[in-house]
Design a protein around this ligand. Structure first.
Ligand code: DI6
Ligand code: FE
Length: 397
């Protein structure tokens, strides 16, 4: 396929804007891209599609989601707005453990049927690659079930799914007060089993005083290393646990949230090449006031990604373009940083070198937008101007 008369945001050197451009696709790879007048004659005979001057970007990448879960938490949302305390919400059946109960009770088919409409919303906002975490099963079998469902999303929809093992997300009631036992008897064995079944691309954990400490997570990250799996970490979301520096010491692909990230954490991430994943949907939902240190991350040259954190509790957000808008308006990221955050830097946060930019040899995952400048993607609030996606060289119907 040959796309002609397009405005390209190649995402090499910022937007990497090329006006009146063409892109040649061969199979699932980009063969050539550049100004129309430079198009090599070899590609001129490919079947052409006129983009009519529209904006072309790399397919968007949501590098942090919890898109597989049972139930919802809308009632908890309403109770909190009526003034209920956290304890009252928990007694009324809310909170993260209510999602664990609902996820354990659901079968694979039911979980898949609930996840697909969420994924369809992400796709409608331009996603061609999504990451999906486990973490609401919290038993060996239920964590495996979640990862199997996540993998099946990639067979059911035109989207690449990367799966992340997040058994260290919360301590289930049966291990209350025994985080170490939970890591030893559930998190590590479920990771081994998931790896044996080929279900896992990375290992994540929630490092927080209401979840796991750096010390408790050390054996899990050692196991990840022994299995040859990269790590990431939910770090410094609510308090500074020095999780980002711990993750960086383990060569983490990313540290995510980072509202309470310290200068030492930034330096450690910079030295290790760890991506900062910015999640404005959770900040917004929880009405947090402490912002992640965007200016300091920028000054240190730490690559920033932006993701939805799609989950039923702290971020029921299923639009990447809205996440980009929030990153700009709430955190003062620029629209260019926000788009790098859902393309080139999101690819890096997933350890994927074959996507996130428009360049020869990369996957032909592209978005065609009814827009003429890339700043439009982050500028609109909740309106997505996606015209069509191309996934692996195929135009969406
Ligand atoms: N941080 C979050 O914001 C979510 N998980 C995490 O580690 C919350 C998940 C939930 O409330 O269901
Ligand atoms: Fe998360």
């Amino acid at each position: 396929m040959l796309l002609t008369h397009a405005t390209l945001a190649t995402m090499t050197n910022g937007y990497g804007l090329v006006r009146d451009a063409a892109v040649a696709l061969e199979g699932d790879r980009i063969a050539w891209s550049g100004p129309m007048h430079d198009l090599p004659s070899a590609f001129r005979s490919l079947p052409a599609q006129d983009a009519g001057g529209r904006l072309l970007t790399p397919g968007l990448i949501d590098c942090h989601t919890h898109a597989v879960f049972g139930g919802h938490r809308a009632v908890e949302f309403e109770l909190r707005l009526k003034g209920a305390s956290y304890e009252e919400v928990a007694r009324a059946g809310g909170g993260i453990l209510s999602t664990v109960t609902a996820t354990r009770a659901a079968g694979e088919e039911a979980l898949l049927a609930k996840a697909l409409p969420r994924v369809d919303q992400l796709i409608a906002s331009g996603a061609t690659t999504i990451e999906v975490k486990s973490g609401y099963g919290l038993t060996i079998e239920d964590e495996l079930k979640m990862l199997r469902v996540a993998r099946r999303i990639g067979q059911a929809r035109p989207v690449t799914v990367r799966t992340t093992h997040l058994a260290a997300h919360a301590i289930p009631p049966e291990y209350k007060g025994n985080a170490t036992g939970y890591i030893a008897h559930v998190a590590i064995p479920s990771l081994r089993a998931a790896q044996a079944e080929g279900l896992v691309d990375a290992v994540d954990a929630f490092c927080e005083n209401i979840a796991f400490s750096v010390e408790e997570l050390t054996p899990l990250f050692a196991e990840a290393r022994a299995l040859g799996l990269p790590v990431k970490l939910h770090a410094e979301q609510l308090t500074d646990q020095q999780g980002a520096a711990f993750a960086a010491r383990h060569g983490a692909l990313s540290a995510d949230h980072l509202e309470y990230l310290s200068a030492e954490g930034i330096a450690a991430m910079q030295a290790a090449g760890t991506v900062a994943v910015i999640l404005p949907g959770a900040f917004y939902t929880l009405r947090e006031t402490q912002m992640p240190p965007i200016a300091a991350l920028r000054a240190a040259g730490v690559p920033m990604a932006v993701a939805t954190d799609l989950n039923p509790g702290s971020s029921p957000l299923a639009s990447l373009t809205l996440a980009m808008n929030m990153a700009c308006t709430l955190f003062r990221m620029t629209p260019e940083e926000a788009l790098l955050g859902t393309t080139a830097h999101a690819a890096r946060a997933l350890g994927l070198a074959d996507r996130g930019r428009i360049a020869p040899g990369l996957r032909s995952d592209l978005c065609i937008w009814d827009a003429d400048h890339p700043a439009e993607l982050a500028y609109r609030i909740g309106a997505t101007t996606l015209h069509k996606r191309i996934f692996g060289g195929r135009l969406d119907a």
